[in-house]
Ligand binder design. Sequence first.
Ligand code: 13P
Ligand code: SF4
Length: 322
Amino acid sequence: MFTNALLPRRNQNAALPQDLFEALASLKKELNAVILAHYYQEPDIQDIADYIGDSLELSRQAASTSADVIVFAGVHFMAETAKILNPDKLVLLPDLQAGCSLADSCPPDAFAAFKAAHPGHIVVSYINCSAAIKAMSDIICTSSNAVKIVSQIPANQPIIFAPDKNLGRYVMEQTGRDLILWQGSCMVHENFSEKKIVQLKIENPDAEVIAHPECEPSVLRHACYIGSTSALLKYVQFSNAKAFIVATEPGIIHQMQKLAPHKRFIPAPPTNSCACNECPHMRLNTLEKVYLAMKNRTPEITLPEEIRLAALKPIQRMLEMS
Ligand code: 13P
Ligand code: SF4
């Protein structure tokens, strides 16, 4: 989704320019930069991005951009994918600490041993993993193309699916394939409370539950529709329902409200009363950090060429197959 809403914004921090939006626009021109943002970023960042999308759409944008600098407002594995596709471009991640609990749940050494214990299997890895895991994979997928990709693999070919067990289980149900699953999960999506969702359904009988496939089966079984962030965004525009209980990171609701302003969006609640349905990694990025990253040309994503080349192949296969 293309966006370019450069609205004036004043800030209180003396170290930052008075009008951050204007400063960002001129830095963008000066650097010939493109700002890519995931739907889980805070609304201000979504509003200044050149392009907002799900993981697949952002990878496609990164693969085709003619900009010299890619500012990736997302998490580390997303910016790393952009760097894998663009070794000669400067790729900036506003906060280098913006990781991903799912990617962290699959350490390379342990995964190498897991792979060795399953000879003859090909490895399909969800893009939410490190470059080292991608380098050990045959094909990468995202939540929007995982079913399509696994369906194209010959029926007699055994498959390891990593790292998300919930997406893996969902793909097994959709394709009828028997996958060997790495037991990783996302701290945000496994935290939604089935009990509270059922309660919300009772209180809002007109609302449909929609969910990301990283959610646990106990949540997915209540969903009228399951899909990637972009797929959920499309669904709310075309569904006849007037209200939705949204079981994914609530950052997506900013775009849902813009594209379907007459509908109601209720964030699915986490098990306790914290704000832990917000991704703590995604939310490390701020508009100020986007500005500082562009001004100082850092923090930059770098990775060893050997790993980059090995990780590039399965990403290219994904782009060809989806
Ligand atoms: P999408 O593929 O929908 O962008 O999901 C990315 C993600 O990190 C979900 O937690
Ligand atoms: Fe990773 Fe989950 Fe955050 Fe997505 S929402 S970036 S999978 S921790």
